[in-house]
Design a protein around this ligand. Structure first.
Ligand SMILES: Cc1cc2nc3c(=O)[nH]c(=O)nc-3n(C[C@H](O)[C@H](O)[C@H](O)COP(=O)(O)OP(=O)(O)OC[C@H]3O[C@@H](n4cnc5c(N)ncnc54)[C@H](O)[C@@H]3O)c2cc1C
Length: 415
């Protein structure tokens, strides 16, 4: 006698959706017939590595997490290059742009984020791209083979990585940023200045405190006009000014959304048949832009899809590392600090090293490391575990091995 399996439909073939499927296959490999819809025409790849694909340090096949063969091996039906255009919650089915309809018992929405396009005149000219997928990288690489100069708008992690990648491809790159310091979400002024100097030494032109007012060109973009009236020549313009959760489809189907699709601690939406994970969700008023929380969501969501309803998602501290070869930059936790916090700071401008540790009540709560970030993972552990650092306080800035060897020496003296 054959028992009918439940049907799981996944919208979004990105990092969160497929990580959830992988976790689910570990827990309950035979529970569902799984169908996955993806806008992009590839298998599932590591989006984090796009920066290295752009800089030429990785090839497309090296960043694939699951090639299309993986789906077939696991009996998963993949509709790549065929986005879902409608969720019919009353009939519990989805419809794709090519007209495919698939019914579900459980639906998982993992539609990620949409890059923000600055709504300035000329923003829709050919040659203006965002930095989100393989197709974007291909457009940039193609342009680098044809045009001499590029402008990148946005001096956050993505903007700097895009600028570095295009520069490594031989383009003359101008990085335009509204704030007076780069990475103002991650760094304080001291570390940002060291970073700016390093990027300039690599040949990047920085325009800080600069507001883009228009993109100019005819059949294609040719330059960027700034608020001070100056113009930057550019045969390619990359917008890296932020992302917003991709919620249009969920919203249109009546699923409760705020800035993202609102989920509870089990990653369930207000519709009990529908779950959501990744950058498209909003959990306790928070939205997400890094992969670590997304993977934790996938772990929790998979447990509930597998009907082992024991896990709860709670947002944890996050850490970021800039992926520009030769620049060591790491930030974690609450590195801005404020009332009730104190800073331990080490500056060594000659070696280009800056470290700042933020403490609250004898606990490490944040860290910014520039020029020497090898202890980033250790500081991050101390932050996450809430370790009492009072016994290490005077040595903490010197890093893990120094702290541990001096503890060992003290122990040796005591015995
Ligand atoms: C260049 C770059 C560098 C990054 N570097 C880092 C880093 O160093 N560290 C870090 O932690 N994070 C980094 N990130 C962020 C990280 O990649 C994301 O947090 C992660 O990919 C989020 O996963 P997701 O599945 O929510 O979204 P995505 O991976 O974007 O997947 C969403 C998928 O859903 C698809 N989709 C959307 N709508 C539909 C629809 N209607 N039908 C079907 N499919 C649809 C999209 O096309 C996409 O393929 C980086 C991101 C980029 C772009």
């Amino acid at each position: 006698m054959s028992t009918k399996r439940a049907r799981l439909v996944v919208i979004g073939n990105g990092m969160a959706g497929i990580r959830t499927v992988e976790e689910l296959l570990q827990l309950a490999p035979d529970l569902y017939d799984i169908s996955v819809f993806g806008t992009e025409s590839y298998g599932n790849y590591n989006r984090v590595m796009l920066s290295l694909l752009l800089s030429g340090e990785k090839q497309a096949d090296e960043i694939m997490l699951n090639p299309t063969a993986w789906y077939a091996e696991h009996g998963i039906t993949l509709h790549a290059g065929d986005p879902v255009v409608e969720i019919d919650r009353a009939r519990r089915c989805v419809r794709s742009s090519s007209g495919v309809e698939v019914a579900y018992d459980r639906l998982l929405i993992a539609t990620g984020s949409q890059p923000i396009v600055l709504p300035v005149p000329g923003c829709d000219l050919p040659g203006v791209v965002c930095f989100r997928g393989i197709d974007d990288v291909e457009r940039m690489v193609e342009a680098a083979g044809i045009y001499r100069s590029a402008a990148v708008i946005g001096g956050g992690l993505l903007g700097i990585e895009a600028a570095n990648g295009l520069s490594r491809r031989g383009m003359q790159v101008t990085l335009i940023h509204r704030s007076h310091v780069l990475l103002n979400q991650q760094l304080n002024d001291d570390a940002a200045r060291l970073l700016a100097r390093n990027l300039q030494e690599r040949g990047l032109v920085l325009r800080l405190d600069a507001e883009t007012v228009a993109l100019e060109g005819g059949e294609r973009v040719e330059g960027v006009r700034l608020a001070d009236g100056s113009r930057i020549d550019a045969g390619l313009v990359v917008m890296a000014v932020g992302v917003r959760p991709e919620i249009a489809l969920a919203e249109a189907s009546g699923i409760h959304c705020g800035r993202g699709i609102v989920v509870d601690d089990t990653l369930q939406t207000y519709d009990p048949h529908v779950y959501a994970v990744g950058e498209c969700v909003q959990h306790r008023k928070v939205t997400f832009g890094l992969v670590a929380p997304v993977w934790e969501q996938a772990r929790v969501c998979a447990a509930h899809l597998a009907r082992f309803g024991h896990r709860r998602y709670c947002a944890a501290e996050t850490a970021t590392r800039l992926k520009v070869t030769g620049i060591d930059l790491y930030s974690a936790g609450d590195f801005i600090g404020g009332a009730g916090t104190e800073d331990l700071v080490m500056r060594d401008p000659r070696r280009g090293v800056y470290k700042r540790l933020v403490l609250r009540d004898s606990r490490l709560v944040g860290a910014v490391l520039y020029g020497d970030a090898k202890d980033g993972g250790w500081y991050f552990e101390l932050i996450c575990e809430g370790t009492d650092i009072a016994p290490l306080r005077d040595r903490l800035l010197f890093g893990q091995s120094y702290c541990q060897s001096s503890i060992a020496n003290l122990a040796g003296v005591a015995t």
